[in-house]
Design a protein around this ligand. Structure first.
Ligand code: PMV
Length: 323
């Protein structure tokens, strides 16, 4: 049998940046995200009779990644009676490991597909736990629409929660791809460095809690302008903490900064759009649907922008086929 699962990456409006010490990949702060229906990871998993172990490929190339191997091993250990070789093939229809959250959609699709292929029967909490251990933001990709992720030092409290489904408040995201290459510093490594050396890390933690409360209230009130203010401030606070780390973590390039300037200019002209940037150079402009064409045109003409991807909000991870 082969199971195919799909999942979409997500973009955080209030970011997770930093882990709780002494925990298994628990975020230091709560986060809020949008699930991006226009970008897709598709992962097929086949349990082949005979043989043992697992083979994983990403975009057609064999992948050796400690986090993926650990995730596969943990899930296999839950299915002792199902012997065979697990063949995993994952493809992304967007740049991989380049600040577009391919690890979020990747782990969400992986856990969803293996759970079904091995008939593990995991409940949502267990799938969220497995996805989070792979990549904390991956737990959010199990859920569609606008998603909150918060908890305490107790791992069981970290359950992604849908605040609004993908139809409740239609928002679009225009992604300006400012470089296609994989990033030089992984987000895990960059988080450790920020926490260990940035003089602003402690302030970032305080800001993140405050921003989470403020953004949640804006979403409840469908207050786009309020959400724009807090999301941009949160993004820049996170990058400010990274910029002050030693050595500094600079994910941006020239096109990134020019896209930020263009979105700010559009906002000043009354266009309902704001920017956010994750661990990479790509700029994501969140906008109301009627502003999408204008935002797309503006970002598409920025020198250095390789391409522009458009997305509406999408659903959480699910099984596409099982045959
Ligand atoms: O889950 P990770 O390890 O890919 O880290 C995600 C970090 C950011 O994308 C920058 C922020 C976030 O909340 O998604």
């Amino acid at each position: 049998m082969t199971t195919v699962a799909i999942a979409h990456p997500n973009v955080a409006l209030v970011k997770y940046w930093g882990k709780r010490s002494g925990t298994d990949n628990l975020p230091a702060t709560p986060s809020l995200s949008l699930t991006l229906g226009g970008l897709t990871t598709r992962t097929s998993v086949t349990l082949e009779a005979g043989g043992d172990g697992a083979a994983v490929s990403i975009n057609g190339a064999s992948a050796r990644d400690a986090k993926i191997e650990a995730c596969v091993a943990r899930l296999r250990a839950r299915a002792v009676e199902r012997r065979g070789r697990l063949v995993v093939a994952s493809t992304n229809d967007f740049p991989t490991a380049a600040g577009l959250a391919s690890s979020a959609s990747g782990f969400a699709a992986l856990v969803t597909a293996i759970d079904a292929e091995l008939a593990l029967g995991l409940d949502f909490a267990a799938r969220a736990d497995e996805a989070r251990r792979g990549s904390a933001s991956a737990a959010r990709s199990l859920v569609g629409g606008i998603v909150a992720f918060e908890g305490s030092d107790d791992a069981r409290t970290w359950q992604p929660r849908q605040i609004l489904d993908e139809r409740a408040w239609p928002l679009d995201v225009v992604v300006a791809v400012c470089a296609e290459d994989p990033k030089a510093t992984s987000s895990s490594e960059a988080m450790i460095r920020t926490r260990g050396s940035s003089p602003y890390y402690d302030r970032w933690l305080t800001c993140a809690e405050r921003d989470y409360a403020e953004a949640s209230a804006c979403i409840a009130a469908r207050d786009f302008a309020g959400l724009a203010d807090v999301a941009e401030a949160n993004c820049l606070s996170m990058h400010a903490a990274m910029l002050a780390a030693r050595p500094a973590i600079v994910y941006w390039n020239g096109a990134t900064l020019e896209c930020v300037r263009r979105v700010r200019e559009l906002r000043a002209q009354g266009v309902a759009a704001f920017f956010t940037i994750d661990a990479g150079p790509q700029v994501k402009a969140v906008c109301l649907p009627d502003a999408r064409a204008r935002v797309r045109a503006a970002l598409g003409e920025v020198p250095g922008v390789q391409r522009v991807i458009e997305s509406a909000l999408g659903a959480g991870a699910c099984i596409e086929t099982r045959a």
